[in-house]
Design a binder for this molecule. Structure first.
Ligand code: HH2
Length: 259
């Protein structure tokens, strides 16, 4: 899953693809590198990011979704808003990637059910503005697992077919470095829920910290290491900025594991 951020303020590529043409070109390049899915987002979820209105989010993402879908790419829309998801699905997206797991807009579940879309339900502690303020868990893995099971049950109770739900532990969303590592270490427990697991470690802050304070532009090695690890523990969708290098690493890992 290649990341197409149409935002001025995303943590690693904010402002680079704010014009629709640049974002479409970027998405096309990621698909050529091997991305099976292009995840288009118009609102940054980094801690403290400014909220974006429905109108502004639509203005950013809709032309990009439309063009990428016209080019026959499989598009997911990274949003927590019903109106944005509806317009993106109408424009050709087939997956809703909701970092709030239908908590911010519960009606999103009914929309996904009605249009027979796929969805990604992700764990986050609270909301982006405050999630990194002293996050605490008794046992991060069992709490994230219980949350995802509950959101999966909610989605199916609203009519979403279980086969269309993917789950994501939400690396970096209300988690310390140690919480992120524990989730990756015990990812098999999340995989055991029985739905495909999405992981998003790409260029995230904990990778910089573990590498002695590296900026976003120097976090590809950590991104590769964590995606290979997650793959080994059963994850099946890898949300990344650097599609080509991560795919090479996953292909080598897959060939090795298959022996
Ligand atoms: N991470 C980000 C955004 N959306 N969606 C899923 N399912 N999983 C993730 O881990 C995830 C996500 C944050 O990364 P990015 O899009 O690069 O940054 P920003 O939110 O600042 O735009």
């Amino acid at each position: 899953m290649g990341i197409v951020n149409v935002t001025p303020d995303s943590f690693s590529d904010g402002g680079l693809f704010l014009e629709a043409d640049a974002a479409v070109e970027h998405g096309t390049a990621l698909a050529e590198e091997g991305a099976a899915i292009l995840d288009v987002g118009g609102e940054s979820t980094r801690p403290g990011a400014a909220p974006v209105s429905v109108e502004e989010e639509l203005r950013r993402v809709l032309p990009v979704v439309e063009s990428l879908a016209e080019l026959e790419h499989r598009v997911s829309i990274d949003t927590t808003k019903l109106a944005v998801a509806r317009a993106a699905l109408d424009a050709g997206a087939t997956i809703v990637n909701d970092v709030s797991a239908f908590r911010f807009d519960p009606d999103l579940a009914g929309l996904v059910a009605q249009l027979e879309a796929h969805c990604v339900l992700m764990h986050m502690l609270g909301e982006p503005r405050t999630m990194q303020k002293d996050p605490r868990y008794e046992d991060v893995v069992s709490e994230v697992k219980a949350f995802l099971e509950e959101r999966l049950a909610f989605a199916t109770s609203e009519g979403v077919s279980e086969e269309r739900v993917w789950l994501d532990p939400g690396i970096g969303f209300g988690k310390t470095v140690e919480h992120n590592l524990e989730l990756l270490r015990r990812l098999d427990e999340i995989v055991a829920i029985g739905r495909p697991v999405v992981v998003g470690t790409s260029r995230k802050a904990f990778l910089g910290r573990l590498a002695g304070g590296k900026p976003e532009s120097e976090r590809l090695p950590g991104t590769i290491a964590t995606n290979v690890m997650a793959f080994e523990r059963g994850a099946s969708i890898f949300r990344v900025h650097d599609v080509g290098p991560v795919l090479d690493a996953l292909n080598v890992a897959a060939a090795t594991f298959d022996q």
